[in-house]
Design a protein around this ligand. Structure first.
Ligand SMILES: [Zn+2]
Length: 289
């Protein structure tokens, strides 16, 4: 190797190392590759999504991650892709899914830092519920966990979404939240600015599985889009659907509001895959590394 070649190599390495250390995560630097769905959804960080290529074949592989069945689609390249939800507690490093009849498929999870937010609530019960409110919350929590655990083999109609309301994004997913100085669960969804009464549209076909008025979430709608892809809308002011209704992509399911633990009118939107709440921004092309 001549001197000039060596120095070029060194420059390249140095450049790569600088970018690697200071700005975006490792996966953001590889040239965009893969299908549209892979380029759009593959964000393997805690709170993100991993898209895994499972190869071609006549039948959809059955895949599990942490004991939960995983969404598998046939992509534009005719290959099966697992779309794995990685909740905020996922450890960076090596992770694997099990594929029925095969071994495991291993993939790498990067890291991501989430910001903190301090919120003052006038309703102290929404910071520290009394025992009766706590019991109510626990019942409601269990009901929602069951809805998230649902897995229907049909669907989903699509995995790339439009925004459920047209308002700007306000609170991002994953914010570490302190209510009146006390740390509570991180933000499990994405907030949009939306005046009370704004029409909330579903991002894909589905079946309505919950229509309820909850202590923290206020008026809430769950839609099961199939294969464990579940979306949830809360702090609503009114409902346009009932439990069991079939909805099509773009249908109005509710009106936004400020019910439950909300400081003002907005829409809170959750997206869940294999019982893992993930960043909804990924599905609308608004993910921030
Ligand atoms: Zn929210």
């Amino acid at each position: 190797m001549s001197y000039s070649e060596t120095s070029q190599v060194r420059r390249r390495l140095l450049g790569a190392a600088t970018v690697w250390g200071l700005t975006a995560p490792w996966w953001a630097h590889s040239a965009p590759q893969g299908t549209f769905i892979e380029r759009s959804l593959n964000r393997p960080v805690p709170g993100g999504v991993a898209v895994l290529d499972l190869g071609a074949g006549s039948r959809a592989p059955v895949v599990h991650f942490n004991g939960h069945r995983v969404l598998v689609i046939q992509d534009a390249d005719q290959r099966w892709k697992a779309i794995v939800g990685l909740d905020l507690k996922t450890q960076p490093g090596s992770q694997s899914v099990s594929v029925q009849g095969q071994s495991t498929v291993t993939f790498q999870v990067g890291s991501k830092r989430y910001r903190e937010q301090r919120i003052t609530l006038k309703n102290k019960a929404h910071v520290n519920p009394d025992p009766q409110q706590q019991a109510r919350f626990e019942r409601e929590y269990e009901e929602q966990m069951q809805a998230y655990a649902s897995f229907r083999t049909e669907g989903p109609s699509n995995v790339i979404f439009e925004k459920p309301v047209s308002g700007r994004l306000t609170s991002p997913f994953g914010l570490r939240r302190f209510f009146n100085g006390e740390e509570r669960n991180p933000h499990s969804g994405l907030d949009f600015a939306a005046a009370t009464g704004t029409a909330v549209k579903v991002p894909a076909d589905g079946i309505v599985t919950i229509v309820a008025d909850y202590f923290f979430n206020g008026k809430t709608v769950f839609v099961d889009h199939g294969q464990g892809l579940i979306t949830m809308f809360c702090h609503l002011s009114a409902f346009d659907v009932r439990v069991g209704d079939s909805v099509r992509k773009g249908d109005i399911v509710a009106r936004s509001g400020a019910t439950g633990r909300a400081t003002g009118p907005h829409l809170h939107w959750n997206v869940s895959l294999n019982h893992a709440r993930v960043d909804p921004a990924i599905f609308i092309g608004a993910f921030q590394p």
